[in-house]
Write a protein that binds this ligand. Structure first.
Ligand code: HEC
Length: 146
């Protein structure tokens, strides 16, 4: 029963990703898994996707980079006000991004500033997330209707 539910969920996730724009058929499984991890589990969109007029993550500009939409009640350590663009070409080499997602250590040799979480993903999950990021358009999509 549980296995059946997982399978149905997986099919739904793959289906959603397949309906997206730039998904190459050969890479669809890791891309779909990466999208699921990014959107549903790690919630990278909370910080890295700009907001629309209703202050919701803008579905037309996924992971295009954004001002961080909140501040700590008390300043704790170094705080970054901007979350960089991840869509298309995330900052760093493939190896640096995978290492960041597996260890929490960035290309600088230190963790990124808060509020970027320190993730400890498996290599397969980190590579799936990277595959999804690279499947997104590397420049901002035009406004709908233009
Ligand atoms: C709670 C907010 C938040 C979430 C959630 C978040 N990030 Fe970030 N991220 C940031 C901020 C802020 C920075 C900039 C840190 C800095 O400038 O030191 C950043 C930086 C980065 C960087 C650049 C690191 C570098 O070497 O410069 C990458 C890559 C990144 N995030 C990927 C991700 C991915 C992938 C996810 C989801 C798996 C994610 N982030 C989730 C806020 C967030």
């Amino acid at each position: 029963m549980r296995r059946g539910l997982v399978l149905i969920h997986w099919i739904a996730v793959v289906g959603v990703a397949m309906s997206g724009r730039a998904v190459a058929a050969a890479d669809s499984a890791p891309v779909a898994r990466g999208r699921y991890l990014v959107e549903e589990i790690a919630k990278c969109t909370t910080c890295h996707t700009p907001r629309d007029e209703q202050d919701r993550p803008d579905a037309n500009r996924p992971l295009a980079g954004s001002p961080v939409p909140f501040m700590p009640a008390h300043r704790v350590g170094e705080w970054a006000d901007v979350a960089p663009r991840l869509a298309g070409r995330p900052p760093g080499t493939d190896d640096q991004i995978v290492k960041l997602l597996m260890t929490g250590i960035s290309r600088t040799g230190r963790p990124p500033r808060q509020p970027m979480p320190q993730f400890h993903m498996t290599r397969a999950d980190a590579e799936a997330v990277l595959a999804y990021l690279k499947s997104l358009p590397s420049r901002e999509a035009p406004e709908p209707g233009r």
